[in-house]
Write a protein that binds this ligand. Sequence first.
Ligand code: C2E
Ligand code: CA
Ligand code: CA
Length: 739
Amino acid sequence: MKNMHFLNTGENTINRTIYQNETRKVLVVDDDFTVRLLARETLEDVGFIVTEAADGAQGFAAFESFQPEVILMDVMMPEIDGFSVCKKIRSHPDGNNVAILMMTGLEDMDSIQRAYEVGATDFITKPINWQILGYRANYMHRANQAFKDLRKSEAQLRSAQRIARLGSWEWDISNNKFLWSDELLHIFNISPAAIAGNYDTFIRFIHPIDKEHVKMTIEDAIATRQPFRIDYKIVLADGTERFVSTEGQPVSNGNGKPSKLSGTVQDITERKQTEEQIRSLALYDNLTGLPNRILFRDRLEQAIRQAARQNKMAAVMFIDLDHFKDVNDSMGHNAGDMLLRKVSQRLLSVTRSTDTVARLGGDEFTVALQNVPSLDVICQLSQKLIDAFSEPFAIETMSIFVTASIGVAVYPGDAEKADDLLKHADMAMYHAKEQGKNNYKLFSSEMQVKADTRLTMQNEIRLAMKNNEFSLHYQPQFNTITGKLAGMEALIRWNHPVKGVVFPNTFIPIAEATGLIVPLGEWVLQEACRQNMSWQAMGYEPLKISVNISAVQFKRGNIVNVIKTALESTGMDPHLLQIELTESSLMQYSENMGTKIVKDQATDFAAPISLAEEDNNSIVDALDLLQKLGVSIALDDFGTGYSSLSYLRYFPIDVIKIDRSFVWAINAWQGSEIISTIIEMSKRLHLQVTAEGVETEYQKTYLINQGCHELQGYLTGKPAPAEDCVKYFTQHQESVVNA
Ligand code: C2E
Ligand code: CA
Ligand code: CA
């Protein structure tokens, strides 16, 4: 029940429970035994632990060993008096942590005076009012505790400030006195003696670049009576520069006008340096050291602003390497990285110093052109960049030829904003790629329209698949020897509810770009096989059906399984299926081919490369598998791609389809040397030849005479819906074989 014990002292109640966890130690030093006894009783009653000492020497010894918070000390003692003991205690290292209450004679003013001089905390007069002593001791103890806490927190604050490199200051505006805290002096690396404590001294340390700004900020703060914060540099006496952050607040003198300004200064040099590092990491490309997208955008905006002010042009070039992936795949990522670094160096060497060359990522680079006087200059520079790629890059022991496609967008003509310019330059680059790569294209508004159409169409294709708006038409292929129907090519049609029939050339590229060709192509295969079986069921002779397959289907669509499924689910003989692949798609998607070809061209085919040795020719593997199944493979649009017969033997191919552009070139005045070469070559490689786009009798005769195996074209039969194709089964084409 001890902690529920209340000492009732009239109307004042001291709740002792609040002290129960503290040590409350009092030392009573008096040569008078009764005083000690009464003091002990009184003080123990209010919860103190009491120790007594009968003279000065004992008293000092007890102070050291007992470590009291409060000392009650008689001034008049034999040998050593209370003043001497008090003085001695105060000069002890722990002597400031104790409250000393001196007991003096009543109205002994000299003693009271002396007691304070030797460092007494307070005095109490004899004879002692014991009840008051209890309160007094309690108060002293609490005050002492508070002082101790304060000293402790001050010490903590000081060390916290030292750790945080945080100094404080106070500027008395009325007398221009400027007070520096220890840590502030430390930050400014000055000794207290060396400093004239006024505002100008403080300002003198500020870096010339920031000085005016800081002064204005402070003046503003005084005028508006608002707190402020500002980061700036200071220059120390030895010339080193530090970054500091200052916060300040006007202190009002009561009549509304600030009389003082006080605040803190923090040394943020390390933080700034880290920020700087982070900034550079965030703004520059690791690999090449070129500005990255973020910094590029910044520079471009700057170029645009400048162009706007000076009524000039700014431009963005979007540069994408052609066939970069092939280098990466065939030579490894290290070589790829090295190539990117070399490319960046070359770009820097051909651009002006005012232009910003950046790497957006991958093999995409951009250039921001500042201050461009005319379109001519832009075109010249674009050509210069293209030309810069005509020289090979030395990577490891190899010489690599890499070309680039460049798109250009110009401010203010093509767009007003940085992001739009970049987007348009990208679009133009895309067109440069489409038009054979290794060239540059200026953005045009038609490109924008085209891009918009693409997007809408992509959504429409999705919807059309859901609504079964696609169907297949079939075009007959006739055998030149027998004149009989040899097969049908399935050609997709889109029966658009508003636009009517939409032809594949408009939507297939978009379906390919978006990957929609995979499910769409799957449907085509399934439908073509189904239709072919349905003709068989109607009693017609089994017929070969040709289906166009996009390279994307090989890349992404697990084509072998898709074909197997179509054959199995319809029960069609694999030998009746022919798939048609374009030459360019074969090249595009067979890994490692691009670079080889570029290289081959550069060396004029001096060193043919064995493609069979390439490890990941996945398209070749797939074709092999299909051929083993019995499916035949036709190379479509032959002659329009790389036009190189020499690599044909590396692909498992059964049929070559001569592109219709060559067929159209045949007229009464001239045949076609290309066609005769192709047919000649095919014979040697044991390949069949089909000619497409045959429109005239003359062409037909010519092709038959050249030894073409099959003919396909409007002359012998236009693509038609399945139900109209029955006529082709009964039709017999006259062969015109020369005797
Ligand atoms: P392609 O494979 O070269 O198909 C032949 C194209 O030439 C067809 O155009 C056909 O209608 C047209 N044609 C045939 N004979 C003549 C002729 O005598 N004169 C003229 N002027 N044209 C003739 P279509 O049907 O518009 O197809 C265009 C291309 O779309 C096809 O070219 C093919 O690459 C692609 N395609 C068609 N269907 C599919 C498909 O189901 N999947 C994929 N991936 N592509 C397809
Ligand atoms: Ca075709
Ligand atoms: Ca074709």
